[in-house]
Design a protein around this ligand. Structure first.
Ligand SMILES: [Zn+2]
Length: 280
């Protein structure tokens, strides 16, 4: 078989552009390979056993926080536990691991949104990460709910929402493609009612303008998938360094192969050889 693509280097999260469908690129070292046009072709991904930290380039035997070495994981603000639990932000205590990073990534406007990825979920992101964040989660529909002054405030609003709705995607359901339609404008109205007291409390302590309800429209997203998997098998490069199969689709950060799915983001920092073949 002739290789259409044969590139080696460190794997990164897949860049994606919104569209109908979303347009994906795989990033291997400095090479960007447009992926939508490769659907239907056999593909092979080989992990060569080396993981390099995406921050400092150091070799690491294990990847922490999706692509970092252990020292960076312990040191960087991006790897702090408050990134996973934004309500625990401790910038105001003067203990941010990297206050300058915090100022540009956390002490800025954030969006609390509702998305339909495998059913209704709540999430937060920086304004600039819309709609990238939604695509990474494989959402078929998403809508901003409130815009808030800081990441921590977004965390507080999310915590209030979590009493009523999930904050995680069931990725198996997401990858099967059978996600029921939801009216997100209606869901937003319902959620804002449910958390009205929480929002009033947060406005009282953080200022009226710190939390802004928005009437922005929802964004529908479709994904380049030819064949939806009926059962979900996963490729695990840590156990089996080669993943091969015919590319049948891409959703979220997953490649859907006829032999199983692979979460590309999970292997950020892994040095791989990526090949796509002409087929028969
Ligand atoms: Zn590092």
């Amino acid at each position: 078989m002739t290789a259409l693509v044969d590139v080696s280097g460190r794997l990164r999260k897949m860049p994606a552009e919104p569209g109908d469908p979303v347009s994906y690129t795989v990033r291997v070292g400095d090479t960007l390979v447009p992926l939508n046009e490769m659907i239907g072709f056999p593909l092979q991904l080989d992990f060569d056993g080396v993981i390099r930290c995406i921050h400092c380039d150091r070799k690491t035997s294990k990847s922490f926080s999706q692509g970092y070495c252990y020292p960076c994981f312990r040191k960087l603000a991006a790897c702090d536990s408050c990134i996973m639990s934004p309500e625990k932000c401790h910038y105001h205590e003067g203990t941010c691991r990297e206050p300058e990073w915090g100022e540009t990534h956390c002490m800025i406007e954030h969006v609390v949104y509702l998305a339909n990825s495998s059913g209704l979920k709540v999430g937060i992101t920086r304004g600039s990460q819309v709609p990238t964040r939604w695509i990474d989660q494989g959402a078929v529909d998403a809508i901003p709910m409130v815009r808030v002054a800081t990441r921590q405030l977004a965390g507080f609003v999310e915590v209030a929402c979590k009493a009523h709705v999930a904050d995680r995607t069931n990725w198996r359901a997401m990858l099967k493609g059978d996600v029921p339609e939801l009216d997100l404008v209606e869901e937003r109205r319902r959620m804002l009612d449910l958390i009205a007291d929480d929002l009033a409390g947060l406005r009282a302590s953080h200022g009226e303008s710190a939390i802004r309800a928005v009437d922005e429209e929802s964004l529908a997203l479709s994904y380049p998938v030819q064949v939806w998997p009926r059962t979900i098998k996963t490729h695990n490069l840590d156990k089996t360094p080669t993943a091969e199969g015919v590319l049948q689709g891409i959703k979220g950060q997953y490649l859907i192969l006829d032999t199983g799915v692979i979460n590309i983001r999970k292997y950020t920092g892994y040095e791989v050889r990526f090949r796509v073949y002409q087929g028969n």
